[in-house]
Design a protein around this ligand. Structure first.
Ligand code: AHG
Ligand code: MN
Ligand code: MN
Length: 335
C-alpha cells in the first residue's frame, strides 16, 4: 500500500537533490514536526485539556499571554533543544536568546519562532498556527548571542508555518519552492497534499484590518479605496475582503488562491515600527510567499532584504499576488 509522501521522505529526497544530505537538517525538521503535532493535539483538545484562556502573564512586547502561547513556546523549546541540531533559539514569547542547556550539544542552526500565531483566536475556536524560521549559526561554534540572529530574511535556510484549522497543515520551504502537508491522524504523519504551491499573480481579494483605516498612510488608503470602489472605480472590477485575525490563516489563503495580506505602516503602530514581528512572522512568511512566486514588501523595501536591528523588531507587511503588491509599492513610490 502506498501511504503517500511523508514530510520526512520529502525533505530527505529534496536534500539529496540540492545539497549534501548530512542528516542534520532533516533531523531538525523532524523535531519541529513533533513540536507541531504536539501543539496541534493540545489545540484540538482545547477546553477538554484546560488549555484555553489567559496565562496571567505578559510577554516582552507587553502583550497578554494565553495559556496556549506559553504551552506552545515550551513545547518548541523541549522538542528542539536536545537533538544537537540547534545552537540557540529565539521566540516572540521570550525576552532573550534561549541557549541550549549545557548537557546537550550545540548544533549548526538557529531556530526562531512565533509559537502561536493568532492567539486572540484561541478561545473562539478560530484559526491559529505556528511560524518558524531557520538560520545558520555562526561557524565559530560558540554560544550564540542576539546579534547572531540579526541576519536578513534572504539568509534563511528554511521557513514554514503550521496551521491549526479544520485540518492541521504544515507549509514548508527550504528555498526550492513551497509544499504543504496535511496531518493524517490515522498514521500520525504529515503527508504531501499541496505540491509546489504558486500564488496566482492576479487576484481580487484583500486582507486588512479595516478598523485601522483612519491610521493608514495615503498609498494604502488609495489602494484599498480603489478596491472598495469596485466595478465603478478605477480598477473596473469588484474585490472581496477577508480577515482571519491570524496571519497564518490569511497567508495560507493567499498561497491557495491569491490576493494580498496587509498589516501596513499606520500611525497607531508607527512608534513601534509596525505590528508584525520581522524575525518571527514577516521574514519566514515572506520567504514562503516569494518561494511561491509572490512578493513581500514593507511598501518601500523588500522584506527579505531588511537588515534586522533587534530580535523583536516590528515592520509593516504587504505581501501576496505579485501584480497587486507591485501596484501598492508603486503607490508608495508615487508618495
Ligand atoms: P500573535 O497572535 O502572534 O500576536 O499575532 C497576531 C498577528 C497576526 O497573526 C494577525 O494577522 C494580526 O496580529 C492581527 O492583528 P489585529 O488584532 O490588529 O487585527
Ligand atoms: Mn503572530
Ligand atoms: Mn504569537
Amino acid at each position: 500500500m502506498n501511504v503517500g509522501t511523508t514530510v520526512t521522505q520529502f525533505i530527505i529526497e529534496e536534500q539529496r537533490r540540492h545539497r549534501s544530505a548530512s542528516g542534520d537538517f532533516t533531523a531538525l525538521i523532524n523535531d519541529i514536526v513533533i513540536a507541531v503535532k504536539s501543539i496541534a493535539h493540545s489545540v484540538r483538545r482545547g477546553g477538554l485539556a484546560g488549555v484555553l484562556g489567559g496565562a496571567g502573564s505578559e510577554n516582552v512586547q507587553g502583550e497578554i499571554q494565553k495559556k496556549l502561547d506559553v504551552l506552545s513556546n515550551d513545547v518548541f523549546l523541549r522538542c528542539n533543544e536536545w537533538g544537537g541540531h540547534v545552537a540557540a533559539m529565539a521566540s516572540e514569547e521570550m525576552d532573550d536568546v534561549y541557549n541550549i542547556p549545557a548537557e546537550y550539544p550545540r548544533g549548526k542552526y538557529l531556530l526562531l519562532f512565533d509559537p502561536l500565531d493568532g492567539s486572540t483566536n484561541t478561545d473562539v475556536n478560530g484559526i491559529i498556527g505556528t511560524i518558524f524560521s531557520v538560520l545558520r549559526a555562526p561557524e565559530s561554534g560558540g554560544r550564540p548571542v542576539a546579534t547572531d540572529f540579526l541576519q536578513a530574511g534572504a539568509e534563511q535556510v528554511a521557513a514554514g508555518m503550521a496551521i491549526y484549522g479544520p485540518q492541521t497543515i504544515l507549509v514548508l520551504t527550504t528555498g526550492h519552492g513551497v509544499n504543504a502537508f496535511t496531518l493524517d491522524d490515522s498514521i500520525g504523519e504529515f503527508l504531501l497534499t499541496h505540491p509546489d504551491m504558486r500564488v496566482p499573480e492576479e487576484s481580487v481579494e484583500y486582507a486588512i484590518n479595516a478598523s485601522n483605516e483612519r491610521f493608514w498612510a495615503p498609498p494604502v488608503q488609495r489602494y484599498i479605496g480603489e478596491c472598495r470602489a469596485g466595478r465603478e472605480g478605477p480598477r473596473g472590477k469588484d474585490f472581496n475582503m477577508r480577515w482571519m485575525g491570524a496571519m497564518v490563516g490569511d497567508v495560507y489563503r493567499v498561497l491557495c488562491r491569491g490576493g494580498v495580506f496587509l498589516y501596513p505602516w499606520d500611525t497607531k503602530t508607527a512608534a513601534k515600527g509596525g505590528k508584525l514581528r520581522l524575525m518571527y512572522e514577516a521574514n519566514p512568511v515572506a520567504m514562503l510567499i516569494e518561494q511561491a512566486g509572490g512578493l513581500a514588501s514593507t511598501g518601500t523595501q523588500r522584506i527579505l532584504d531588511l537588515q534586522p536591528d533587534g530580535l523583536h523588531q516590528r515592520v509593516p507587511v504587504i505581501m501576496g499576488s505579485r501584480h497587486e503588491v507591485e501596484r501598492i509599492v508603486a503607490y508608495h513610490l508615487e508618495g
